[in-house]
Design a protein around this ligand. Sequence first.
Ligand code: NAG
Ligand code: NAG
Length: 391
Amino acid sequence: MLKPITFPLSLLFVFFFYPAAAASYNVASYGAKANGKTDSSGAFLKAWAMACGSVGPAEIYVPPGRYLLNQAVRFGGKCNNSRTMIRIDGTLLAPSDYRVLGSSERWITFQGVNGVFIYGGTLDGQGSSLWSCKAAGKSCPVGARSLSFVNSRNIVISGLSSINSQLFHITIGGCHNVHVRGVTITAPGDSPNTDGIHVESSSRVAIVSSSMRTGDDCISIGPATRNVWIENIACGPGHGISIGSLGWSLNEAGVQNVTVKTVTFTGTQNGLRIKTWGRPSKGFVKGVLYQNAIMKNVENPIIIDQNYCPHNKDCPGQASGVKISNVRYKHIQGTSATQVAVKFDCSTKNPCTGITLEDVKLSYNENQKAQSSCANVGGTASGLVQPSSCL
Ligand SMILES: *[C@@H]1O[C@H](CO)[C@@H](O)[C@H](O)[C@H]1NC(C)=O
Ligand SMILES: *[C@@H]1O[C@H](CO)[C@@H](O)[C@H](O)[C@H]1NC(C)=O
């Protein structure tokens, strides 16, 4: 018997019916210039105000071309509608002189919004002048994140490219229900603090089918975050996918229920990393599943580091208070660029518990034997585990 084909109605609604029904606001109609030179931020803000005031679903359209947004731009306010699609065919340019954003910390921010869908587009953070300033050891501002969602919910970011951010490319903080899909992030491997996507104080965040080549973490997960799903990611160059740094503060909410699935790391500093400060904290990490990862020439493919204390400042001799439990590594394979491919360096005060390795096969370079290293860690290994487990 033939089964009737059922379509996911919600998807049809979003992708087919919704744009036609929505009121559309073209940034060009509000004075945006596609010449890459005229500051178009006022036009973008006007289009946002129109969409925000629209009673039904709204669309903001950015035609092809290069649009300079020469200041920190914040989209927010109490909107009448809870469905705004921002369809971008063009490139948004940050000020090329880092002094313009100075210490504003954020370039494009969505704050307190509900139901924002970003489709397509390129963000060019033009970060190179700031990186040179930092490399020269001059006194420079910390830089601005390219795209931030703050205290928002029901967000979709799909098909966006972000290049050369001054600082982090995308940050998600204080948000609920965020779906990131088909995003491409690119910055040089030696660019400082150009993390791909940073998530903290958020719940129900999915990051799927995306690639990150950056100078820092491809994805990082900060305190007070739960129910994160990361799948089908290409990472490298970069510092890998990190939970952390955690445990800087004493009263810190933990990280819970994180899945990282089907990830390829290429030439990264770390693969799957959990990192906590060596300081007292009430933080925790519990319920992490790492499944199906391929490591290609990764310095630290599997690592828990609870003794993070850069420059031995503010923490020497202290133990991390962060409790790490219930972390599974399942079907992880490939090559380590250093001999120690599996490293669990847990807290002397709060040993890691419930760490499991299942079908892990890592070699040092192509065919040398790798090693594992354990400190203050409890757990089990099953299936084929190479290097042999020290749990
Ligand atoms: C929302 O709609 C009402 C009624 O149409 C209007 O008076 C108000 O200005 C709108 N809000 C915004 C933020 O535009
Ligand atoms: C864990 O997170 C996933 C989403 O990533 C969610 O579907 C699942 O229900 C969560 N599990 C629990 C026990 O909350």
